[in-house]
Each structure stands twice: as C-alpha cells, then as structure tokens.
Design a protein around this ligand. Structure first.
Ligand code: 13P
Ligand code: SF4
Length: 359
C-alpha cells in the first residue's frame, strides 16, 4: 500500500472517536418470544417492514425474513426499502443505512432500533474536513463509499458500495477521470490496485475489518489446508493477499454456496454466518483471527455499532415512534444524486448482464 496516495494522515488521527464495547443483547427465552410476538403485531399496526443488514443479530435477521422483510447488504437494503409499499421502513443496521433509506424515500417514515449505531468510516470522515479536501482537489471526481453521512454524500459525484466499487471506478477510469476516494483506505487501495485508476485515498478504516491479522491468518490456513479464505475488501492488504476470494457481503455469501470447498475461513463480521449457514448448511465456517501477537482486538469480528440493534430496542421504536431518521431537505436533495446514480448504474449493468432491456 503506497502511503503517498493517502491523505490526511497528519491532520486526522485515524480514530478520533470512542469505540463502544461490543454488547450483544441477552434475553431469556420467554422475553425473547414475547418481544418477537409484539414486534410482529406492531409491524402490521404501523404498516412497517423490517430491513436488516447481514451483520445484525440473527434474531433480527430471522424476524425480518419471517415477517416479509429483508436481509441484505447496504445497497440492496436501500433498493428493497425503495421498492416496498410499506409507509414505514425499520432499518436494523447502522445510521448511514437509515439515512440512505430516508434520502431515497423522503415520503416514508424511517425508524431505527438505535440512532447511536454509528460506523468508524462515517465517524472518521467529518463533512467540514471532507469539504476542504474536495475543495483542494477540484479536478477529481468525488467517489464516496456508502458508509458515510448524508452530508458527505451531498458533496459526492458518486456513491459506491463494496459490491459496486470496482465496476464504477473501472467505468470512470475508462473515461480518463481522476478520483478522490473516501473514506476507506483499504477498500480504496484494493480498487486502485485492481483498476489502475488514479485515486487519492482518505485515511479512514473499518475498526472491525482492520483487526484481521495476516500473520495469524496464514498460520490458520496451514492448520486447515483444505479451507478457502474469504475476505471483505475493507480488510488490510496483508489479509487480502491471502484470500481465495475477495468480495462484498453478498459476494462472500455466494462464494460459500458456489465454491467447491467444505471449509471456509471468513474475514468479515461474524453476523454474516447466519446467512452463510442458511445458504450452505453442510459447510464449515471458521472466523478469521483477530487475536494473536499483534492483536489490539477492539471488536473481535463483530461490529460494536451493529450489535446495538436488538429486539428490545426494535420493539420500543415501533411502540413509540422514537428513533425516527431525519435528514435536512437541502442535504437530502444533494445526497440523493450520487445514490441514484449508483442505483441506475447497477440496474443498467444488470440489464447488460442478463440482456433484459425491459427490466
Ligand atoms: P456491505 O455494503 O457489503 O453491506 O457492507 C457494509 C459494511 O458496513 C461492511 O462493513
Ligand atoms: Fe462500519 Fe465496519 Fe461496522 Fe461496517 S463493520 S458498519 S464498516 S464499523
């Protein structure tokens, strides 16, 4: 990874924010059953649908599936919420996901179990500093990852997700555009290496993926030589270098299903194991190491902010209408442009891949 491409190192410490401990909700079976029953009733009463990210507690993922809701990655969550008829979207995930849902659906009410569910990438890219950075590079196309605030998206030309970034940047590079990328330096470096695009990278990182360890992963792979290594591209280059497959959350789930191996070492949030196991029940999944000699392990393969979503908070939000996501109209009007640009780009790619011009 070439440090010359990374900006902001001196001005911005990587984590100028507090990382909460990862606390997973613990419930006795009777309370769990009562909450699930109450949430089912409230979803109907409130004309609401539950949309959950792959990293949330399996309790929430299974409830979304059982109630006609949806479990997916950040882009597909936004698409589902946009197309669904419900007047209230309940987004179990982190705040940028709720904001994206609101920006795409200003007429709908968007609730979240916990509004303080943040993301280190979002927190590490504050709008004032980001605007100054963009002002300093007016010749560059601004591409931001979905994991950013509405205010940062409002300054962007394009929003991308981990599943779409390679395609979008290849497209821009083919047009000769130079790119200003924020906020994940590891994902940006991976995209740069695979497209050859001229990219300046913001100095941000995901505190969960950053903790996967290359050396310890190599040792684990020696222990299980038959295992395939699956890596999310928010991980450091030393971890990506050991991957048999690098991909977005949806891509990693597909890989478990389709790759002809029985055992997988998985470098992403362990919440994804619920859907991986559902997709391939007979396969063995092993968490990639976050421990070892060089460990700092603040999250241990589970995002502390995703873990803030639980049944108690979900029921409370639906009961009271608390935790509504609101985005100022002027910011929303600008942020919707790069988001819709990506949705249209992705839909067009699907039409090219599947040859369906009516879709
Ligand atoms: P996806 O866009 O693949 O859902 O990932 C979001 C995320 O927060 C990864 O850490
Ligand atoms: Fe953000 Fe990382 Fe948590 Fe995803 S896993 S929401 S990138 S802190």
């Amino acid at each position: 990874m070439n440090p010359d491409h990374i900006v902001g190192t001196a001005q911005m410490p990587l984590a100028p924010f507090a990382v909460p401990p990862t606390v997973v909700e613990q419930l006795e079976p009777a309370e769990r059953d009562a909450l699930r029953a109450e949430i089912r009733t409230l979803l109907v009463r409130e004309d609401a649908v539950l949309v959950a990210h792959y990293y949330t507690d399996p309790e929430l993922q299974s409830l979304a599936e059982e109630t006609g809701g949806y479990v997916s990655d950040s882009l597909d969550m936004a698409r589902f919420g946009h197309e669904h008829a419900a007047s209230t979207l309940v987004v179990a995930g982190v705040r940028f996901m709720g904001e994206t849902a609101k920006i795409l659906n200003p007429e709908k009410r968007v609730l979240m179990p916990e509004l303080k569910a943040e993301c280190s990438l979002d927190l590490g890219c504050q709008p004032e500093a980001f605007n100054a950075y963009c002002d300093a590079h007016p010749d560059r196309t601004v591409v931001v990852y979905a994991n950013t605030s509405a205010a940062v998206k409002a300054r962007a030309d394009w929003m991308v997700t981990s599943g779409s970034a390679l395609d979008v940047v290849s497209h821009l590079h083919a047009q000769g555009q130079k790119i200003l990328w924020a906020p994940d330096k590891y994902l940006g470096d991976y995209i740069r290496a695979n497209t050859g695009a001229d990219m300046l990278l913001w100095n941000g990182a995901c505190i969960v993926h950053e903790e996967f360890k290359g050396r310890e992963l190599a040792e684990l792979r020696q222990q299980y030589p038959d295992a395939k290594v699956l890596v999310h591209p928010e991980s450091p280059p030393s971890v990506i270098a050991l991957a048999d497959f690098v991909g977005s959350t949806t891509g990693l789930i597909k890989a478990v299903k389709t790759m002809p191996a029985q055992r997988f070492i998985v470098a992403t949030d362990r919440g994804i194991f619920y859907k991986m196991q559902q997709a391939a029940p007979d396969k063995i999944l092993i968490e990639a190491p976050t421990a070892g000699n060089s460990a700092t392990c603040r999250s241990c393969a589970h995002c502390p902010w995703m873990a803030m979503n639980g049944l108690r908070k979900l029921a409370a939000a639906l009961r009271t209408g608390a935790n509504e996501v609101l985005v100022p109209a002027d910011i929303s009007a600008r942020a919707v442009i790069p988001i819709k640009r990506l949705l249209e780009f992705s839909a067009q790619r699907q039409r090219v891949v599947y040859g369906n011009n009516d879709a």
